[in-house]
Design a protein around this ligand. Structure first.
Ligand code: AMP
Length: 196
């Protein structure tokens, strides 16, 4: 059983890496942002509680996020393991994770903030979204807020993971393949299995 989380600022490529990692090793990729976006597309009750917050680039309150994560993980469809993408993002969320789920490693995609800002802005200029549709939170104001939320609330968690011996830092400023190879190598997963 492999239980991983992946942390990185907006535009660090964490969604892509989580997806490839999951596909390659048969883990389940759980993206909290995707779950929220699914709810928004389907106009659920949950969407009504989170849409404005998300579109502004702010973090959704911990109790809502915790409930979503709990419900998702309790499905237990992750026979070989999971890659949690976008959780935890605050101290309270990290405590919940430690108390309830035995985490193996926290993968941190390390990338300078000015580079992620440029990456995401070029995505905005090209009109591309992070998923299949354009994201309403891909605009300069929301992006600035998201990066600040990352800086203030999520980045401090790295020290916590480090203290627990769980932190795996990977240089996120490489090609997608380069980043993936570094992750596989640092997690000690079989390198012979190639992404695709
Ligand atoms: P993401 O797709 O991971 O960039 O997440 C998109 C948005 O969903 C974030 O900007 C937040 O508004 C919300 N969100 C996702 N995960 C969390 C989390 N763990 N805590 C709070 N808000 C979150």
């Amino acid at each position: 059983m492999h239980k991983y989380i992946i942390i990185g600022p907006q535009g660090s490529g964490k969604g892509t890496q989580a997806q490839v990692l999951a596909k390659t090793f048969d883990f389940v990729h759980i993206s909290i942002g995707d779950i929220f976006r699914w709810n928004m597309t389907h106009h659920t009750k949950l969407a009504a509680r989170v849409t404005r917050i998300m579109n502004e680039g702010r973090l959704v309150p911990d109790e809502i996020v915790e409930e979503v994560v709990r419900q998702r993980l309790e499905q237990h469809d992750w026979n070989f393991g999971f890659v949690l993408d976008g959780f935890p993002r605050t101290r309270v969320q990290a405590e919940y994770l430690f108390e309830n789920w035995n985490l193996d490693k926290a993968i941190y995609l390390d990338i300078p903030e000015d580079i992620v800002f440029r990456r995401v802005m070029s995505r905005v200029a090209e009109g591309k979204g992070g998923g299949f549709t354009k994201r309403l939170d891909d605009n300069p104001e929301a992006l600035k807020i998201r990066l600040r939320e990352f800086h203030d609330k999520t980045r401090p968690l790295l020290a916590l993971f480090d203290q627990k011996g769980m932190l795996v830092t990977v240089d996120g400023n490489q090609t997608v393949e380069g980043v993936f190879e570094s992750i596989v190598d640092k997690l000690g997963l079989p390198a012979a299995v190639k992404a695709g």
